[in-house]
Ligand binder design. Structure first.
Ligand code: ITT
Length: 197
């Protein structure tokens, strides 16, 4: 059986494919199947991941794995958080993460000199089955933000995020290094544990 990777984000798709690869499971992306993007009406990462996985499993009759994720900045009360993609959008809906990273920097400057740089990424992975069941798993990675941004690996906010205990941003790390510690990899480990049980 095929597994639908219920995301339209090519950066996520690349990372999830790499994580799934060692299990030899055949994957197909939501964009390849021309699946619509459901509206993300949830108020948490898990709620949004579940509605995306559910929608894809219902439409295809295949198991579907979705990912809802984002960057939460302590001094901004957790924003952009579940709105991480929206912070990158202009009025036309086009995304530019250079702009999103500048907006985060500006918001931190506006928060004043005391505002710290601590932040974390969260990833909720949901696995929905055609029979209606759904399971969700959440992973986080903690670190701090740096400007100017550095590196062109990864995607999204990776060039401004330095995980605790490291010097390089996720944008500077090789994909394997990010996979060894990322929010997405941690959520995936929990998913694998569940599937083994
Ligand atoms: P789908 O809903 O189709 O999966 P999306 O990009 O709209 O794609 P989200 O609503 O979950 O997905 O948006 C999360 C945003 O947070 C995403 O666009 C990234 O810019 C950012 N993000 C998530 N994981 C990240 C990571 O590992 N590194 C950098 N940025 C990340």
């Amino acid at each position: 059986d095929k597994l639908v990777i219920a995301t339209h984000n090519s950066g996520k798709l690349r990372e999830i494919r790499a994580l799934v690869a060692r299990f030899g499971i055949e994957c197909v992306g939501a964009a390849e199947l021309d699946l619509p993007e459901p509206e993300e009406t949830g108020t948490s990462f898990v709620a949004n991941a579940e509605l995306k996985a559910r929608a894809a499993a219902d439409l295809t009759g295949l198991p579907a794995l979705s990912d809802d994720s984002g960057l939460s900045v302590d001094a901004l009360n957790g924003e952009p958080g579940i709105h991480s993609a929206r912070w990158a959008e202009d009025e036309a809906g086009d995304r530019d993460f250079g702009r999103a990273m500048e907006k985060v920097e500006a918001a931190l400057l506006a928060a004043g000199p005391e505002a710290g740089r601590d932040a974390h990424f969260t990833c909720a992975l949901s696995l929905a089955w055609p029979d209606g069941t759904v399971e969700s798993f959440e992973g986080k990675v903690f670190g701090h933000l740096v400007w100017p941004s550095r590196g062109d690996h990864g995607f999204g906010y990776d060039p401004v995020f330095v995980p605790h205990g490291h010097e390089q941003t996720f944008g500077e790390m090789a994909p394997e290094a990010k996979h060894a510690m990322s929010h997405r990899a941690k959520a995936f480990e929990l998913l694998v544990d569940y599937l083994k049980r």
